[in-house]
Design a protein around this ligand. Structure first.
Ligand code: SF4
Length: 204
């Protein structure tokens, strides 16, 4: 699915992947009650044949923190929001780090992130919008023609990270997000023990 979207100049970028503007437009302009009922709003990465995800082996921050209803009311919603922010922080930082390791610049990261979220669509004009060849070349830059290699390299790099790599690179910046998750969890009435996110060091 990823390679097919890459060929179609959809939104497979070095920084990550996202739904097409056509989908984003439909989603932003959906009518009340349509999400969950209208098949056009089904995630474009859903693999209907297998009933699973066509792109992630482990679901991403947005998908993993999605819920239909919170049995804990507002406290539960706050917890899932905090959890989403923490996971998104992790994803963004890993993505940025890998881009820098592979010769992209911080400005590339910013411009690609902006491209992934075109939620400012307010009319149907851009529904079939996809990247032009020129844009694709500009975005992939020195990795043009080796996009698959880049994506596999990202996968291997992340797989090879160890907890101490995380600690060295991101633990300090991650701390407010971790604290946010723990505090939000404690405000819920769950009786389980306070969570400690996997791979994160205990607070000194
Ligand atoms: S896990 Fe996320 S990306 Fe994959 S099919 Fe479900 S909603 Fe879509």
């Amino acid at each position: 699915m990823i390679l097919r979207q890459l060929e179609q100049r959809q939104f497979i970028l070095p920084v990550g992947l996202g739904p097409s503007p056509a989908y984003q437009w439909r989603f932003v302009n959906k009518s009340a009650g349509a999400f969950g009922n209208n098949p056009d709003l089904l995630c474009p990465f859903f693999a209907k044949g297998t009933g699973g995800c066509g792109v992630w082996r482990l679901r991403s921050s947005e998908c993993r923190s999605y819920f239909c209803q919170s049995e804990q009311g507002e406290a539960g919603e706050r917890f899932w929001r905090a959890f989403n922010e923490f996971l998104f922080f992790v994803e963004v930082n890993l993505s940025q780090e890998y881009l820098l390791l592979t010769g992209f610049l911080p400005v590339d990261f910013k411009s690609q992130m902006a491209l992934l979220k075109r939620l400012e669509f307010k009319s149907g004009d851009g529904q079939n919008w996809c990247l032009s060849d020129w844009e694709h070349q500009r975005i992939w830059d020195h990795w043009l023609g080796r996009e698959r290699e880049f994506l596999l390299g990202a996968y291997s790099w992340v797989q090879g990270l160890r907890p101490k790599d995380w600690e060295r690179e991101f633990a300090r910046e991650a701390r407010p997000y971790v604290d946010g998750v723990v505090q939000a969890y404690r405000r819920c009435s769950w009786k389980a023990k306070s969570p400690r996110p996997v791979g994160l060091p205990a607070r000194p």
